[in-house]
Design a protein around this ligand. Structure first.
Ligand SMILES: Cc1ncc(COP(=O)(O)O)c(C=O)c1O
Length: 408
C-alpha cells in the first residue's frame, strides 16, 4: 500500500473530476434562438414549452418555473393555504431554504428527526409532531433519494394535511414507478448551479391540481390571477418568474438528464459495492419502493468506533489529500442562529424552544457520521470512479492498520 498523501505519499488523484455546470452545443443553440426569436420574459414560448416538458418528465400535469427553489417553496406553501401562525412539518436534516421558506410565509417550522440509514425524515415521527395548527408536511428527498412517501402520504391523509415535496435535489427520482414532486399536492425543484439540472439559478413547482397551480401562478406573478388583468392583484405575490434564457438552458438539459442519471447510477453502484466491503463505512440506504434515484449527492456514513476512534474530520483530511473531496454537509437546522437568536424579528417563534432541541439522529449524522460527495463525482468515467474507490480503500486500510497515526 502506498504511503498516504496525508503523510507525504503520492495522491491517488491529481486530475479534477468532471466539472459542473457543463455547457453543450444544444444549450448554446437554444440560447441564441431565444435571444433572436423569443420573448425574453413574460409570454415566452420557450418557457411555456419547458413547463409542459418538465411536467411530463415528472409525471405531472402542471409546472410553473420560478427564479429559485426558495421562491418555489414560498409560492407552493402560500398556494397550499399556509397562513400566519400555521405549522409546517419538515426534516431537521435539510438545506436552510426548506425552513426559511416556512418562516417567510410567517409560519412555524416544526422539525422532525432524520433516519440514520436513509438520511431522510423519519416518517414514523410525523404523527407526534402534528397539532391543530399543522397545515403541511414537507418531506425533502435528501441527496436525490426519495423520502418514505407511502408513510408520509398515509399520515397526511389520516390528518387531512397537504404534502408539498421539497424535491430540490431530486430531478428524475421515482417512488414506486412514479416520478417524485407531484405525489402529494405538489412539489418544488431547484435549478441552482450545483443541481443536476441547472440554469445558474431557478426553480419549479409541479402538481396535478389545477387550483393549486393557478394559485402558484398568482403568488409567483405579483398576485395576478389566471385570466385576470395585468394590473389586477389579488394576493401578496412578487415577481418570482424565471427568464426565458434559463428555461432555454433547461430545455436542452431535458435531453441529457436521463443519460446523466444512468451514468450516476452506474458510478453510485460501483462506489456502494466498494464501501460495503469496508468495515466502518455504510452507503445510504434506499427504501424498497425507490425505483430511481437522482444521485444528487453521494451519501454514506462513517463509524468512528470501527476506526479505533479516529475523528471523521481526520478521515476527510486524508481523503482530500488523496484528491477526493469528502465533507460533512448540513448542521441540525434548529441550531441555526436564525431560529435561536431572533425572537424580535420573528415574534411568532418566541415560544418555540429551538435552543433546547436535540434530535439524536440528525445530530449523529451532522456531527459524527455523514460523508458527502458532490454529484459531479458521479458523472465521471469508470476510471474516474475507480480513483474515488481507490482513495476510500487506501485511506481506510491505513486507518484500520494504524489508528494511532491519525490521532496525532
Ligand atoms: C433541499 C433544498 N431545498 C431548497 C433549496 C433551495 O433552492 P435554491 O437554492 O434554488 O433557492 C435547495 C438548494 O439549494 C435544497 O437543496
Amino acid at each position: 500500500m502506498n504511503k498516504l498523501a496525508l503523510f507525504g505519499g503520492t495522491p491517488v488523484r491529481t486530475k479534477p473530476f468532471p466539472s459542473w455546470p457543463r455547457s453543450s452545443k444544444e444549450m448554446k443553440d437554444q440560447l441564441i434562438n431565444t435571444i433572436e426569436n423569443e420573448s425574453w420574459g413574460v409570454g415566452s414560448q420557450v418557457t411555456n414549452k419547458f413547463h409542459a416538458a418538465f411536467a411530463a418528465f415528472h409525471d405531472a400535469k402542471f409546472c410553473i418555473t420560478t427564479n429559485s427553489g426558495t421562491t418555489a417553496l414560498w409560492v407552493a406553501l402560500k398556494a397550499a393555504g399556509v397562513k400566519a401562525g400555521d405549522e409546517v412539518i419538515l426534516p431537521a436534516y435539510t438545506f436552510i431554504a426548506t425552513a426559511s421558506a416556512v418562516l417567510m410565509a410567517n409560519a412555524v417550522p416544526v422539525f422532525v428527526d432524520a433516519e440514520l440509514e436513509t438520511f431522510n425524515m423519519d416518517a414514523d415521527q410525523i404523527a407526534a409532531a402534528i397539532t391543530e395548527r399543522t397545515k403541511v408536511i414537507m418531506p425533502v428527498h435528501i441527496g436525490g433519494n426519495p423520502a418514505d412517501m407511502d408513510k408520509i402520504l398515509a399520515v397526511a391523509r389520516l390528518h387531512d394535511l397537504k404534502v408539498i415535496e421539497d424535491a430540490a435535489q431530486a430531478h428524475g427520482a421515482e417512488w414506486d414507478g412514479k416520478k417524485v414532486g407531484a405525489l402529494g399536492l405538489g412539489g418544488i425543484f431547484s435549478f441552482q448551479t450545483s443541481k443536476n439540472m441547472t440554469a445558474g439559478e431557478g426553480g419549479a413547482i409541479i402538481s396535478n391540481d389545477e387550483q393549486f397551480n393557478n394559485d402558484c401562478f398568482s403568488y409567483h406573478n405579483c398576485g395576478r390571477v389566471v385570466g385576470g388583468e395585468w394590473y389586477e392583484h389579488q394576493h401578496l405575490g412578487g415577481n418570482f418568474r424565471l427568464s426565458a434564457f434559463a428555461t432555454a438552458m433547461l430545455s436542452a438539459q431535458l435531453k441529457t438528464i436521463d443519460s446523466d442519471m444512468n451514468t450516476r447510477d452506474q458510478n453510485r453502484a460501483l462506489i456502494d459495492q466498494a464501501l460495503n466491503e469496508i468495515p466502518g463505512l455504510t452507503p445510504v440506504k434506499l427504501y424498497p419502493q425507490v425505483t430511481r434515484v437522482a444521485n444528487h449527492l453521494y451519501l454514506a456514513r462513517y463509524d468512528k468506533a470501527a476506526f479505533g476512534g479516529i475523528a471523521r474530520e481526520k478521515f476527510y483530511e486524508a481523503m482530500r489529500a488523496e484528491g477526493v473531496f469528502t465533507y460533512a454537509g448540513y448542521v441540525p437546522l434548529y441550531k441555526e442562529k436564525l431560529f435561536i437568536t431572533n425572537p424580535d424579528e420573528y415574534p411568532w417563534l418566541k415560544d418555540r424552544k429551538y435552543r433546547e432541541m436535540y434530535m439524536p439522529n440528525t445530530e449523529k449524522l451532522c456531527n459524527e457520521q455523514s460523508i458527502w460527495l458532490k454529484q459531479n463525482y458521479l458523472l465521471g468515467s469508470v476510471a474516474d470512479t475507480q480513483d474515488v474507490i481507490d482513495a476510500f480503500v487506501k485511506v481506510t486500510t491505513a486507518m484500520h492498520q494504524n489508528p494511532a497515526l491519525f490521532k496525532k
